[in-house]
Structure formats: structure tokens, C-alpha cells
Ligand binder design. Structure first.
Ligand SMILES: [Zn+2]
Length: 482
């Protein structure tokens, strides 16, 4: 019998007949896995067996999707639990912000698909997005950039930040839906907005502005300065207070080493800490922040570049976005925890012409080369949505849906049950449900464009994204060039 539950339950048996919708009987059973549930729909009624409130919540999400159009439920027995314990979506609110209402709509959809983590990217070269009482200059200077930027013709000042109350509201909204929020303050790179407010934190102390371009920039935090470290720790403390979850993402990606190579303080730190490379200096910087976070009861997460120095502390979680299955596989095999968010499959800001639904869906989160013990250290999946070129919420939804649902299924459902064609059929059946939640989904005809069409679409996309404005902005003299 056909159904349209996403993610596909791991064990589902239809038993024949229907039952009127009614309040389920909840039975606590310590033998059921923490996020698992057994749902029984029979002519006698509906029951949920679970060991936690979270399991009950996931059973309720399945029930919502099981309902027939006439309001009845097909009789069945579902015994379900996730393949991975970590199932996340990431939203970049630094490049472009979303309203709290829009973010809550995404959280509603994420909960429906049994995601349990919202990774919120709140600081980057182009803006700092958290209210700060401790460092008001962050909101006065780092939260605003001179123009909309990123190739837009709009030259008006752009910016803003989420107040502490707004952030607390989002965290509470997530908590009610069993979603942990992980804040990200990207350090030591991607910090031009913070450096615009506090130039002394960089190696040279040059005055810079929050960026209006996309990319990777040479001005980064000084890794040898005690003052910089003290600032970063104080900033993390302030942000930690808003997020009760056990994790904190401290970035650690795309940090060019040009400034460190010319900096006496950075070289002194390398000598005193016996570090043999600038990549190891980055590992050292991340480790010192991770130590500080540990005192706040939090575990640090960092992007895969921070593995390159070979000295990353064992308990720091690595997010594999661009590792090509080398360092992260070694990390997991050596007992380090890893999250899979592969650029080529799970980055939802790239067009369907580059990353069709099937490519996202068919990607197996477990990379080749893992030993049995290593597999236990792949915590799960995450799908990021970066917003340099995604500023309108309708566009954002089109990019995320249905690909985000595909990642939800790969994070929950065992490999043998995953089937792209069947997933597509079920995803299309969710259109009205999502629509009622204020979420649009890309028309189905565009999910998996044919190869020739993909090339044409890709050309159109880049022509639109990299227009004359963008190209001219690339040619402008860079304030951060040597
Ligand atoms: Zn330095």
C-alpha cells in the first residue's frame, strides 16, 4: 500500500482496514530507543509505545503524515528509530537575515521531518547578527554593511541583528519541537565584520569594513594575540548564555594564513606552543577556544579545515563539508566524531542544475574507508543553506524543499529502504501540507533536470548571479590585499 511518510519509516506493515483519527494512547516502554517509537493503528484505536517524550513527538509527526484525505488512518504497525543521532539543517542569517516568523516556519517543517538540530550561522565577514550588551560596537558597526552587495544593484545599507529576546524565542520554539539550536560564530576567518568593530583583534590592526562581497578574505583574527583570545572567549560566553544546548560551532574554515605568516605575535605563539605549521596554529587557536567552551559545559564543532594542522583536540567535532573523504575518515577511524555535510550533495544554495534532487538523495552519508569503529563516529547528517545569493524567503524555500526532505530521509532511514523514485512521489504529496505551513516547494518538473537542460540552467544561473556588478566588484582594489 502506498503512503507518503517522510522520512520513510524503518519498519512499516499495513494490517488492513482504517481507523478514525483519535487521540493515541501513549505507553512508556524503556526498551524502545530514545528517539524511536512503535505506532499501532488498529480498528480498536491508536497506541504509541516510546521511552521518551521525543519518541512520542516523532510518532505524532508520522501520524500527521499517515492520515488519509477523509481524515481516517490506515491500520498499520510502525516500529521506527533513526539511523543517525544527529540530523541537522543549517541556516546562514549572516549574509542575509530571515524574519523570526520565517525561521519558525522552517523549524516547523524541520520538526515534521524529524530533524533534531538547527545550526544557526550568525557571524561572518558580512555581518554579526546577535544583540550584544557586552560589545555594543558589534551591533553599531559589525551588524551593518555599506550596501546590499553580492552582485545586487541595491546600494542601500544592509543589516540588523536578532535581539536576545528574539533568539530566546527561537530557541524555545525549537525546544518545544525537540530541536537543539547550535549557534555558530565563525573564527578565526570570516571575521571582517567583527574586525570592522575591533580592528586591534587582527594581526596588523588595519581598519576594515563589513564585507559587501562574497568570498574568502585575508583579514582574520590574530592567533597569537592574548587580547584576541580574551575577546573571543568573552564573546563566546555572552552567546553561550542564549543557547542551552551542548554544542557550539566555532567555524574554523577558510582562514588564509597570509597575515599570520607576517605577524610576530603569531610566530611567537608557534614557537612557545611548539607548533610546526600555520595550520597547526589554527588547530591551537581552535583548541584554546574549545577548552574555554568546555568550561561552559559545551563541546566545540569546527569545519574540516581545522584538521589540517594535525593537532585538533580529540573531543572537537568535525563538520566535513569539503574533505573529499580523507582527513574526516581518518578522524572517525581514530575515534573523533564527524558530521557529514558534503558540499557537492548537501549544500542547498546551489542550483538544482548542479545538485539535482537525485544527487542529494542518492548520496550515502557514510563515506568509503571507514572501519566498523569509525562508522560509530559519524554522528549524522547536516544540510546547509548559505545566503549570499538567497535573500528572498520564497527562493530560499525552493532551494530547501524538497532537497532538505531528502537529507532528512537519508539521516533517518536505513540505506536498503531508500528509493529516489518513491521519495519523489511522496515529496510531491507534501506540497499542500507545506503550503499550509507557509513553505513553498519547487515545482516537481525542476527537481531533476535532464543533463542538457542542467547545462543550460547552470549557464543561466551563473549569468544571473555573476552579473556586471559582481564582476566589477571582483575587479575593485581589495582593502585586504598585500
Ligand atoms: Zn597574528
Amino acid at each position: 500500500m502506498l503512503h507518503h511518510i517522510i522520512p520513510q519509516p524503518n519498519d512499516l506493515r499495513f494490517t488492513g482496514g482504517v481507523c478514525p483519527a483519535q487521540r493515541p494512547l501513549v505507553i512508556r516502554d524503556a526498551a524502545v530507543p530514545p528517539e524511536g517509537y512503535t505506532l499501532t493503528v488498529s480498528k480498536e484505536g491508536i497506541s504509541i509505545r516510546c521511552s521518551t517524550e521525543k519518541g512520542r513527538f516523532y510518532a505524532a509527526q508520522t501520524l500527521r503524515q499517515l492520515r488519509n484525505s477523509d481524515g481516517t488512518l490506515p491500520c498499520c504497525v510502525i516500529s521506527d528509530a533513526p539511523r543517525f543521532a544527529y540530523r541537522a539543517f543549517m541556516l546562514d542569517s549572516a549574509r542575509h537575515m530571515q524574519t523570526v516568523d520565517e525561521i519558525e516556519r522552517l523549524i516547523d517543517a524541520a520538526a515534521l521531518y524529524k530533524f533534531n538540530v538547527f545550526h544557526w550561522h550568525l557571524s561572518d565577514d558580512q555581518g554579526y547578527r546577535i544583540e550584544s550588551e557586552r560589545f555594543p560596537r558589534l551591533n553599531e558597526i559589525a551588524s551593518y554593511r555599506a550596501m546590499h552587495g553580492f552582485g545586487s544593484l541595491d546600494r542601500t545599507r544592509y543589516g540588523g541583528f536578532y535581539t536576545k529576546n528574539e533568539i530566546r524565542a527561537v530557541v524555545a520554539y525549537c525546544e518545544q519541537r525537540h530541536i537543539t539550536v547550535i549557534p555558530e560564530i565563525d573564527l578565526p576567518g570570516h571575521t571582517k565584520a567583527i574586525l570592522a568593530a575591533f580592528p586591534a583583534l587582527s594581526c596588523r590592526g588595519d581598519r576594515v569594513q563589513p564585507e559587501t562581497r562574497a568570498g574568502v578574505f585575508r583579514e582574520i583574527m590574530c592567533a597569537g594575540s592574548d587580547e584576541t583570545l580574551r575577546f573571543c572567549c568573552a564573546l563566546l560566553d555572552e552567546v553561550c548564555e542564549l543557547f542551552p544546548g551542548p554544542y557550539f560551532h566555532i567555524g574554523g574554515d577558510e582562514a588564509p594564513k597570509h597575515r599570520w605568516q607576517q605577524c610576530d605575535k603569531c610566530k611567537e605563539r608557534m614557537a612557545s606552543a611548539h607548533l610546526d605549521s600555520f595550520e597547526a596554529l589554527q588547530g591551537d587557536f581552535i583548541n584554546r577556544l574549545a577548552t574555554h567552551l568546555r568550561q561552559n559545559g559545551k563541546r566545540a564543532i569546527t569545519w574540516n579545515e581545522s584538521l589540517q594542522g594535525g593537532n585538533l583536540a580529540p573531543d572537537v567535532i568535525t563538520a566535513d563539508w569539503m574533505d573529499r573523504e580523507i582527513l574526516c575518515v581518518r578522524r572517525a577511524n581514530n575515534g573523533g566524531d564527524v558530521i557529514m555535510e558534503d558540499f557537492f550533495h548537501y549544500y542547498l544554495d546551489y542550483p538544482y542544475a548542479m545538485t539535482p534532487l537525485k544527487k542529494t538523495y542518492d548520496f550515502d552519508p557514510l563515506p568509503a574507508g571507514l572501519c566498523e569503529a569509525g562508522k560509530q563516529h559519524i554522528l549524522g547528517v547536516e544540510t546547509p543553506l548559505w545566503t549570499e545569493f538567497v535573500e528572498d524567503f520564497g527562493h530560499l524555500c525552493d532551494m530547501m524543499f524538497p532537497r532538505m526532505m531528502a537529507v532528512a530521509e537519508r539521516g533517518w532511514t536505513r540505506e536498503a529502504l531508500c528509493d529516489h523514485a518513491d521519495f519523489s512521489r511522496r515529496a510531491e504529496a507534501h506540497r499542500a501540507l507545506l503550503d499550509a505551513m507557509g513553505i513553498s516547494m519547487l515545482p516537481q518538473a525542476q527537481w531533476d533536470p535532464q543533463p542538457l537542460l542542467r547545462l543550460q540552467k547552470l549557464a543561466q544561473h551563473y549569468k544571473k548571479t555573476f552579473n556586471k556588478e559582481t564582476i566589477l566588484s571582483f575587479l575593485q582594489p581589495k582593502d585586504d590585499a598585500d
